[in-house]
Design a protein around this ligand. Structure first.
Ligand SMILES: [Zn+2]
Length: 544
């Protein structure tokens, strides 16, 4: 089956041929690009003509660091966070509305509570939930960073947590003055069973959830993603991948988190054979945590204020921490580097990235490898000297610019302060100037996957509230579009298959109502509508 795409601006992301008039597709691949006349001349007589009607066509967009599996569950919860709602009244109204819509006795999962953005929120505990939301459902409220949850009295009773329940290795049960749990719990060991109770109560079906999630991502123009570390959301997750393929017409590459590999909970033998829809890319590590939970690893302390200490439970005089002993981390990194894998490491803080680069430098010097494409993920704070080291070592960077869009003000005023923001925050411009390929990601479910929002943010350095900051690090529209297409594909070692509109590649396209290169203020690129996407030559509107 042949198709000719024509009738709108077609941006290829191929530097030798950046704009073409028409593209000829045969089955799932691009077979020719050029003028409309040439395409017609090459095509058979029953070719289908796809008129773009003035819309713009680009290579299918990437979400180059997310957690599609986890996102599909979390977004099934009722979102109540500051990424969407502007004040406490709106948040509380949303919580009440969710309780009213939920059948009595059923678990209610509320996701995204945000003390940093909705600073007028009171501190929630079980008493507050009982009084203001409901005593008729077990309720779990998960804060945006996912490290703290607040549950109501019925949820505590249902899960059998009382004054005698001990803290976990990684988390804490907070108590009222009389010694009863007050409903505030931190970290996975304590909060995960609540999440599972909700999943089981609603009999949530992974394939169905993924289909719903795919539809949300499709609206944002995404045709490819990279799952940054398969962990343990479902038992035997890798075996489920075939179901995903049917549920979600999306190219899904993935790294495997190193911890389940080391513990034996996951095995590389379980990976399905690489195919055009799924590709195993390597191993994912974490060096530090999140800026909003106090475990991003910095040289200097976090700011101190009521929200950081009282609401977010971050102790004063703290600069975060590394998650692993350095020598252990070196051994693990070296092991997987020597096995020939691409390694990606979560690193947000300046000290985290500095120490990590010491380890990477040591390993790469001891065992040089060409084209390893090791990645650092998020890169919230990194000095210019360390960015230069990345360039020297061939490390590629994926920037979490949603931090600027959603939390720019909070980072400035409550978490980090302006000096460190101005000297080290999300230095995309520096990275590109030093010759490093970068990508832009949402880390969904951390933020909602939305590549055009990331492009708008990286180009305009403007927050959701409209404040411009660290503008010296702005990049061009072309650089930002490359960071969500061809350069993201390169990071996933897919650059010969997707990421640009070139002969021989898969016909993955995103059709936009407007050409991002023609938008006067790049901040407005986030408002461009996605008309549809094509995956391997097929309009995804026709796929579900
Ligand atoms: Zn992530």
């Amino acid at each position: 089956m042949e198709k000719i795409f024509f009738g709108g601006t077609i941006r290829t992301m191929d530097t030798s041929n950046p704009v073409v008039e028409a593209v000829l597709v045969e089955d799932d691949k691009i077979v020719a690009v050029g003028s409309y006349e040439d395409m017609v001349a090459q095509a058979g007589s029953d070719v289908e003509l796809v008129d773009l009607e003035g819309n713009a066509m680009l290579p299918g967009l990437f979400e180059p660091h997310a957690h599609f599996d986890l996102a599909s569950f979390m977004h099934k919860g009722n979102f109540i966070g500051g990424l969407v709602y502007d004040n406490a009244d709106e948040v509380v109204a949303k919580m009440k509305e969710a309780a009213e819509k939920t059948p009595k006795g059923k678990w209610l999962f509320l996701f995204g509570l945000d003390y940093l953005i909705n600073r007028d929120l009171p501190e929630l505990d079980r008493h507050w939930l009982d009084e203001n939301v409901s005593t008729e459902h077990p309720i779990m409220v998960c804060v945006q960073s996912m490290h703290t949850s607040i549950v109501n009295t019925l949820a505590l009773e249902t899960m059998g947590i009382d004054r005698n329940t001990p803290d976990a290795r990684d988390g804490r049960i907070y108590h009222d003055e009389d010694g009863e749990p007050n409903g505030i719990l931190t970290e996975q060991t304590l909060t995960y069973p609540f999440l599972l109770a909700w999943i089981n109560d609603w009999k949530l079906n992974p394939a169905e959830l993924m289909k719903e999630q795919f539809i949300e991502w499709k609206k944002k123009g995404i045709t490819s993603t990279w799952t940054a570390g398969m962990q343990s959301m479902f038992p035997n997750q890798l075996a489920l991948m075939n179901q995903w393929e049917q549920a979600a017409p999306l190219r899904q590459d993935y790294a495997i988190a190193f911890a389940p590999l080391e513990s034996g909970a996951a095995s590389l033998d379980d990976c399905p054979e690489d195919n055009p829809m799924f590709k195993f890319t390597g191993i994912k590590f974490w060096y530090d945590g999140s800026p909003y939970t106090g475990n991003m690893f910095m040289y200097d302390n976090y700011l101190e204020n009521e929200i950081m200490q009282d609401r977010l439970k971050i102790p004063a005089h703290q600069a975060g921490e590394r998650l692993f002993d350095q020598e252990y981390f070196y051994n693990m990194f070296k092991k997987y580097h020597d096995m020939g894998f691409q390694i990606s490491v979560h690193s947000q803080g300046d000290r985290s990235s500095h120490e990590l680069l010491d380890i990477m430098e040591r390993v790469i010097t001891e065992s040089p490898r060409t084209d390893h494409r090791h990645r650092i993920e998020h890169c919230a704070f990194m000095t210019q000297e360390d960015i230069q080291r990345c360039a020297d070592l061939g490390i590629t960077l994926s920037y979490h610019v949603g931090h600027l869009f959603y939390y720019g003000e909070a980072l400035n005023e409550l978490v980090i302060g302006e000096d460190r923001m101005n000297s080290m925050f999300m230095r995309c411009r520096d990275a590109l100037d030093k010759g490093i390929k970068i990508s832009l990601h949402s880390d969904d479910p951390m933020y909602f996957a939305d590549p055009l929002m990331l492009v708008a943010t990286a180009c305009s350095r403007t927050s959701r509230k409209g404040n411009r900051m660290t503008t010296d690090q702005a990049i061009t529209v072309d650089e930002a579009m490359r960071a969500v297409t061809i350069d993201a594909a390169w990071q996933q070692k897919r650059e010969n298959e997707v990421g640009s509109i070139e002969v021989g590649k898969y016909a993955d396209f995103t059709i936009l109502s407007e050409d991002p290169y023609e938008v006067e203020d790049p901040y407005n690129i986030k408002d461009i509508d996605v008309v549809t996407t094509y995956l391997a030559g097929i309009d995804t509107d026709t796929m579900y």
